[in-house]
Design a protein around this ligand. Structure first.
Ligand SMILES: *[C@@H]1O[C@H](CO)[C@@H](O)[C@H](O)[C@H]1NC(C)=O
Ligand SMILES: *[C@@H]1O[C@H](CO)[C@@H](O)[C@H](O)[C@H]1NC(C)=O
Ligand SMILES: *[C@@H]1O[C@H](CO)[C@@H](O)[C@H](O)[C@H]1NC(C)=O
Length: 328
């Protein structure tokens, strides 16, 4: 009788004969109640996008992405398609490839990538203060990864025409100031020089695979405190294939909503964002903590599509709301 009561309350046809079906529906309704549920389990409330377990709710302005877990939810302004209401403990900042290999001046790294580091550090601090996890995913190859690396990737990461200059090759040494390993030594460098072994190209544990500049301490201290999590990757995307360490972490911890930054916006950031989108995560591209060495058209393509797949914003659009949330 109880089941029939619920059916009529929620507008369902009271013509199910199968008692198993009835209990499944009653259980589902009791748990979430995001709207009227049709026979196939998909809501027919026009403001609900998805099923009982995984849905967005369209609000009069913007979206509720909390999937019914609204305790402690926060609302962030977005320049387009927003604002978004998110569940802080299901939402993470993903920082991609901000490594010496891609950023250090002595390794021909990208000055635009170095320029976004202060904004990146600010955003990391704001996520931590709001008790939202920070995820680092970087190239960090094993011997097994080197054996399994496809020819196209080996070719893409050579520094000469030789395959022996690609992943895993010894990158030699560089000279840096003893006081600051994130910049090259010059004739006017104060306080003496140090020679650094750059290590094997993008191999796990090598100096070139470490985060650049201030980000190294951020990553090490964040991981030590348990606010941050670090995952090696072996392709441009940190979310490719049937599963990666990062994807396993997201699944095990019921994450739903991901903010992306790093380098290059059109390669590793885009690859990771797109795979996350394919796998059902909510994706937000953060423009001012992303950069690239590619021509402008590459960024325009990413910006255009990221706006269709989810949201695009600058950290300056929502960092004040994160900081306000941290005070509560
Ligand atoms: C997430 O945060 C909410 C609100 O603070 C809390 O009720 C809930 O227990 C948290 N969930 C987890 C898995 O930490
Ligand atoms: C430090 O290295 C730079 C660049 O190689 C060089 O010009 C400079 O003379 C070095 N300084 C010292 C004190 O050795
Ligand atoms: C971020 O800021 C830049 C510079 O002001 C601007 O060109 C860009 O459109 C902004 N991005 C978004 C998503 O609003």
């Amino acid at each position: 009788m109880e089941f029939y009561l619920q059916y009529s309350t929620w507008g369902l046809e009271p013509d199910f004969e199968d008692s198993k079906m009835r209990s499944v529906f009653a259980l589902t309704l009791a748990c979430f109640l995001p709207g009227v549920v049709a026979v196939n389990g998909v809501s027919n409330d026009p403001t609900i996008f998805g099923n009982n377990f995984n849905f967005w709710k369209k609000l009069s302005s913007g979206w509720d992405l909390t999937r019914g877990d609204s305790a402690g939810a926060i609302t962030l302004p977005m320049p387009e398609n927003g604002p978004i209401t998110i569940q802080p403990n299901k939402s993470a900042l993903v920082i991609i490839d901000m490594q010496n290999f891609f950023l250090h001046e002595s390794l021909n790294g990208d000055p635009k990538g170095r320029a976004i580091v202060p904004a990146t550090v600010n955003l990391i601090h704001a996520f931590r203060a709001a008790k939202m996890p920070v995820i680092w995913t970087n190239w960090g190859l094993t011997e097994f990864d080197l054996v399994n690396m496809p020819p196209a990737f080996i070719n893409g990461f050579t520094s000469s025409s030789s395959s022996q200059s690609s992943f895993g090759s010894d990158m030699g040494t560089i000279v840096v100031p003893s006081s600051d390993h994130s910049i090259p030594a010059t004739a006017t460098t104060k306080g003496g020089n140090t020679t650094v072994a750059v290590g094997r190209k993008l191999v796990r544990g090598s100096w070139n695979a470490q985060p650049w500049g201030a980000l190294l301490d951020e990553q090490l201290s964040g991981v030590a405190k348990g606010t941050d999590f670090y995952f090696n990757k072996n392709r441009l995307s940190g979310m490719w294939g049937p599963g990666t360490p990062m994807q396993t972490f997201l699944q095990d911890n019921s994450m739903t909503t991901l903010f992306f930054g790093g380098v290059n916006i059109d390669q590793c950031v885009w690859g990771t964002l797109l795979d996350s989108y394919y796998k059902g995560y909510d994706v937000i591209l953060v423009d001012d903590v992303s950069a690239t060495t590619s021509p402008i058209g590459a960024t325009q393509m990413v910006d255009f599509n990221a706006g269709l797949n989810g949201w695009r914003a600058n950290s300056t659009d929502f960092i004040a709301a994160l900081k306000a949330a941290a005070k509560h």
